[in-house]
Design a protein around this ligand. Structure first.
Ligand code: FE
Length: 227
């Protein structure tokens, strides 16, 4: 079985947020899709170890922010690689409150939706929520949404082991690249790290000594050469 083939199932990059009893949190998800139009409903797969899952279970509602293509890795890292049990993610982003009263991250959000949970399905490590969309709108017009394929292939981003789309890299390409041993982010000199001001074509050993992983903040010595 070649699990790399599953990368052909491209999907988006979203922030899912919820709140219960004054505690709010959010995380990155990519396993989300609209499944019916009348009424509009979506399904989303959420890891059961996450604080966000706990908040959705209790509040039975969630919001989704659709990330645009220009979303910096730092924002994806904050919501994708840190637990809300250790970090107050909302102190570092702009957000608004919608019809449900739940927080909706507006930084780099192309569109948003708010949903109430209609049903859910146990999927082992994850729980799949069916949500009826009760509000949705654009937050900006123009930029394209970020796809998971773009995040992986162009931005060099990876997902944590807890993500619904995670699997071990079966085949690494031969190019000279460096992998963050903390989060899996891959620095490819061909692309540089524009979100941190590093131009494409900058070799890893020419990165400033205070450069850190754009996703998890690990220092240069946490990187290993791959390929
Ligand atoms: Fe990292």
């Amino acid at each position: 079985m070649n699990l790399d083939a599953l990368f052909a199932l491209d999907c988006g990059m979203y922030l899912i947020c919820s709140e219960f009893a004054g505690k709010m949190n959010g995380m990155v998800v990519n396993a989300l899709v609209q499944v019916t139009a009348f009424p509009p409903q979506v399904v989303v797969s959420v890891n059961k170890e996450s604080l966000t899952w706990e908040l959705i279970e209790k509040s039975q509602s969630f919001t989704i922010s659709v990330l645009d293509k220009d979303t910096p890795l730092q924002l994806i890292g904050l919501f994708g690689f840190f637990s809300g049990r250790e970090k107050d993610k909302f102190s570092q982003v702009r957000y608004m409150r919608g019809k449900t009263g739940l927080p909706i991250v507006t930084d780099h959000a192309l569109a948003y939706l708010e949903a109430r949970v209609i049903s859910s399905l146990d999927a082992g490590t994850h729980q799949i929520f069916l949500g009826e969309v009760i509000e949705t709108d654009f937050l900006q017009k123009g930029p394209e949404p970020m796809t998971y394929g773009y995040y992986r292939d162009i931005k060099g981003g990876r997902v944590p082991r807890t993500a619904a789309t995670y699997h071990e890299e079966l085949e690494e390409e031969k190019k000279e690249r460096y992998r963050c041993q903390v989060c899996g982010y891959i620095y490819d000199s061909q692309f540089g790290d524009p979100d941190s001001g590093i131009q494409p074509g900058t070799p890893f050993d020419k990165l400033p000594s205070d450069w850190v992983c754009p996703i998890c903040g690990a220092s240069k010595d946490k990187f290993e050469k791959i390929g």
